[in-house]
Ligand binder design. Structure first.
Ligand code: GAL
Length: 453
């Protein structure tokens, strides 16, 4: 397999997000985000009470805020021409209202440095770090989020006019599910009521913000990213097949179908009728968005079975560690065909919208030994997943790019710093950067004509 097999115009990139890499949580006028607050509020001595494993805190991450030039240099040295990162909303509008010029200046510098290095910036507006001041007013459960987001997007698009590629949201199903239903991510809210409201507002935001950006400049390339997972039943028993169907609806359909104009899949899951009280006239049309690209983020396969004890959904996930030894440091199954199946599932909707894989990668417990990180398993993961992408492309699916998650090790949300996703190793004490063997592999893959099978 050669990188050229994917076509001359294929976008090759690596991705990060602000909250996971920047540190500098309060530097130069930045306001507090819900993730800053979530990390701060860890109380108690008992591990079960920690919100984040080992009580890790996002403020001691990779210091991208200081080392961004080194990181962009490393990205370039691997042969990538595209860089996906996000903007911290609370650096731009600390309380959600007034502009912080120092925050604007920071991202203008990052963007200019990318351009000087001939790297195309791909910017995500929202990668989960809402200003805490807006969460106090209800955050994603308050429909006013549309106005707050509109102001934020307007400020960003006008000040960062050199950016051509924008993404509205990062994985709404994950930040709404984990943050407003299970309460395991910031802001730690729970229950169906919060979930349905936050979900509907997130879906509306995609359509609303897409249109705002296009109004400012119709030539901008605007998408949004979605989490997709290949879902299967544990076996062929009808009740388990039904459970897998429900899981697939929740994981893959619920946050995607409204955007491509199919509305909420209420017919297939009656509890979704509860969303109706949050839907206003015109909402269905507003959610329907002819995005310029669908950001596909996918990592693994999940399996489900029937569970009579689960009152509403009747499903139970069968954890990967109960069924395979092919596991990442997140205990996610390594199953390369999953990316092919996900691409095919999206392709089957026949939306006519191109796909860009905006995240795919593997967490390991990497260590530096004599200046080298031997992450052979990561090289295998990328090779095998890219072969599946190539397979999908050869069947005619419209896939325009691939971004590795992640450029560097970072703060993995509730899992803290132990699972490492980077092509670049970070020593979180000294902030020293070491290109892993997988980074060297990408360098050969992207910069030479030799096959990298
Ligand atoms: C995605 C998320 C990233 C990263 C990755 C690995 O859901 O967008 O921020 O954490 O998963 O878990």
């Amino acid at each position: 397999m050669k990188s050229k097999d994917f076509g001359e115009t294929f976008y090759w990139g690596a991705a990060i997000s602000a909250a996971q890499t920047e540190s500098a949580a309060l530097a130069n006028g930045k306001g507090i985000s819900i993730w800053d607050e979530f990390c701060e509020a860890q109380k108690g001595f008992f591990k079960s009470k920690f919100r984040i494993k080992s009580k890790h805190h996002l403020n001691y991450s990779s210091d991208f805020y200081v080392h961004y030039k080194t990181d962009i240099d490393l990205l370039k040295s691997m042969g990538f021409k595209h860089f996906r990162f996000s903007i911290a909303w609370s650096r731009i509008l600390p309380e959600g209202e007034t502009i912080n010029q120092q925050g604007i200046a920071f991202y203008q510098e990052v963007i200019q440095y990318c351009i000087d290095c001939e790297i195309e910036p791909w910017v995500t507006l929202y990668h989960w770090d809402l200003p805490a001041a807006l969460e106090k007013k209800g955050g994603w459960t308050n429909r006013a989020i549309l106005d707050w987001f509109a102001l934020y997007a307007d400020v960003c698009v006008r000040h960062f006019s050199k950016v051509k590629h924008w993404m509205v949201l990062n994985e709404p199903s994950v930040f709404v599910g984990a943050g407003y239903f299970f309460g395991i991510h910031a802001p730690g809210k729970k229950g169906f009521y919060n979930f349905f409201k936050a979900m509907h507002h997130a879906n509306l935001c995609i359509g609303y913000i897409y249109r705002i950006i296009k109004n400012i400049n119709p030539d901008l390339h605007v998408g949004s990213t979605f989490s997709f997972t290949y879902v299967e039943s544990i076996d062929a028993q009808p009740k388990n097949l039904k459970a897998a169907k429900t899981a697939n609806l929740l994981i893959n359909r619920l946050f995607f179908e409204p955007i491509i104009g199919l509305g909420y899949p209420k017919e297939d899951l009656k509890i979704l009728y509860q969303i109706e009280k949050h839907i206003q006239a015109g909402d269905v049309e507003l959610m329907k968005t002819n995005l310029d690209f669908i950001g596909v983020q996918t990592y693994t396969r999940e399996m489900f079975k029937h569970n009579a004890l689960n009152p509403f959904l009747k499903i139970k996930q069968v954890p990967a560690q109960h069924r395979t030894n092919e596991l990442t440091a997140m205990n996610w199954e390594i199953f390369p065909p999953s990316i092919y199946h996900v691409l095919k599932m999206i392709d089957n909707y026949q939306t006519g919208i191109p796909m860009v894989i905006t995240e795919n990668g593997i967490a390991l417990m990497d260590e530096v030994e004599n200046g080298v990180v031997r992450d052979a398993q990561r090289i295998e993961y990328f090779k095998n997943h890219l072969k599946q992408v190539k397979r999908a492309k050869s069947e005619g699916m419209d896939i325009r790019g691939y971004f590795a998650w992640s450029l560097m090790d970072n703060f993995e949300w509730a899992e803290g710093y132990h699972p490492r996703f980077g092509l670049v190793h970070i020593d979180f004490e000294t902030k020293e950067r070491t290109l892993k063997n997988s980074g060297h592999w990408f360098r050969s893959f992207l910069k030479t004509d030799e096959s990298q099978d």
